[in-house]
Ligand binder design. Structure first.
Ligand SMILES: [Zn+2]
Length: 267
């Protein structure tokens, strides 16, 4: 009986390993994680009901919601017409509560006269995040836009001056005012704007819906439409917008999905 049991488990494990190899994904996915997979050219891949954009070489990208459940359904259709439905396990992330006090009250509860600007700001960012270009910079390995102490983690539940606010959808790197910021990956600049909450804000499209956002910048040294290579200077760290001190707020998105940038950075 014991022999029969372990055989069953082995068959099961072999099948799972094969499925993951077919999708070209890591063994375990994580909430808020960003993934680049590789399938045979001419294949089709679905994440849930969503058909993913696949490069002619078979590369595709996607991200998982920061509160994604413990399992995600994917599906692969190979060029010969075979269909492989997949269930991938998703590891839970732990998110902290972060209290920030001493913010000017108008930055926590904005005065009425800036509400129109705030909604315009969010429409601009939303539009820039819909970029769906054919660039394939997303296939590269991210580098740190600035090196420094992480002062705010992705997914933190923020309590500003005692008032609970929406979770923190990026990572904060605390470095001195004026520190140079570089492009963590190549791409094209899709937005440069001075926004109420995030101050001088820059968005870079890395292709296939993958984009990164840089906030509270002191200066921005690139223009919309400009192509940047990984490591190019894009501006300097500041404390513009809602910030208690100089730091870079860096966000990673897959279309509208906010992802955890810390998960794509090496040491
Ligand atoms: Zn931040």
């Amino acid at each position: 009986m014991r022999v029969f049991f372990s055989c069953l488990i082995m068959i099961c494990m072999a099948a799972t390993a094969q499925a993951k190899n077919l999708l070209g994904l890591p063994d375990e996915l994580i909430q808020g994680g960003f993934y680049v997979g590789k399938v045979a050219p001419g294949s089709a891949v679905w994440l849930g009901e969503k058909s993913l954009k696949i490069s002619p070489e078979g590369y595709y990208a996607f991200g998982l919601h920061w509160r994604q459940g413990s399992m995600v359904k994917m599906k692969l259709a190979t060029p010969d017409g075979s269909i492989f439905p997949q269930r991938l396990m998703v590891k839970k992330q732990k998110y902290d509560v972060q209290h920030i006090d001493g913010l000017p009250p108008k930055m926590v509860t904005p005065p009425k006269e800036v509400l129109a600007q705030i909604s315009q700001d969010s429409a601009r960012v939303k539009k820039a995040r819909t970029a769906d270009s054919d660039r394939q910079n997303f296939r590269g390995t991210f580098i740190w836009p600035v090196r420094g102490r992480i002062s705010g983690n992705f997914g933190n539940h923020r309590i500003l001056n005692g008032t609970p606010k929406s979770p923190h959808m990026g990572m904060d790197i605390a470095v001195p005012q004026g520190t140079k910021i570089v492009a963590p990956l190549g791409g094209v600049v899709t937005m440069v704007s001075d926004l109420y909450y995030t101050g001088n804000t820059l968005l870079i499209d890395h292709g296939y819906g993958v984009n990164t956002v840089f906030a509270h910048m002191s200066t921005v040294t690139v223009k919309p439409g400009q192509v940047v290579r990984q490591g190019d200077l894009i501006g300097t760290v500041g404390a513009t917008g809602r910030a208690t001190g100089p730091h870079l707020h860096w966000g990673l998105n897959w279309y509208k999905q906010r992802l955890n940038p810390a998960l794509v950075l090496g040491d």
